[in-house]
Design a protein around this ligand. Structure first.
Ligand code: HEC
Length: 119
């Protein structure tokens, strides 16, 4: 009884708070595709061809890699690094851990980064 009371009073609220903080609902909304600029739309095509098989753009649930919803709006990416353009560029061009490098030319990369910022 004592243990269970402690669990309910202390641990469950902390767990619920952590879930709320980490949950999808606290993430800012993605830009709807109907409002994409031409560059963002080109970036979505780059994503579909090079990234979508491993990453969901609309959730944080992992496929082969982490879901990328709101990836540029969070303080830290799954690795702990902030989602700066520089860091994203390095991860995309050079890969990371189980993620293979993706050779993109500069216009494709800029389009892709613009698209990632809509997520
Ligand atoms: C073959 C599967 C695969 C492909 C293709 C892939 N990724 Fe990944 N990605 C991963 C995995 C696995 C990780 C986790 C790497 C780690 O932290 O060890 C990851 C991590 C990431 C991260 C988080 C980096 C961090 O610092 O936490 C970003 C952002 C990312 N990928 C973006 C992309 C983009 C954009 C593309 C397309 C150009 C792409 N990925 C293509 C598998 C993939």
């Amino acid at each position: 009884m004592h243990l269970r009371g402690g669990f309910d009073r202390l641990i469950l609220p902390a767990y619920a708070a952590a879930l709320t903080l980490a949950g999808c609902q606290s993430l800012p909304p993605s830009k709807p595709s109907s409002e994409w600029t031409p560059q963002e739309a080109r970036g979505a095509a780059v994503f579909a061809q090079n990234c979508a098989r491993c990453h969901s753009p609309t959730t944080t649930h992992p496929l082969h890699g982490p879901g990328l919803q709101a990836i540029t709006k969070v303080k830290a990416m799954p690795s702990g690094a902030p989602p700066t353009g520089e860091r994203l560029t390095a991860v995309i061009l050079h890969g990371r851990g189980m993620m293979p490098p993706t050779p993109l030319d500069d216009p494709q990369l800029q389009d892709l980064l613009a698209y990632l910022r809509t997520l």
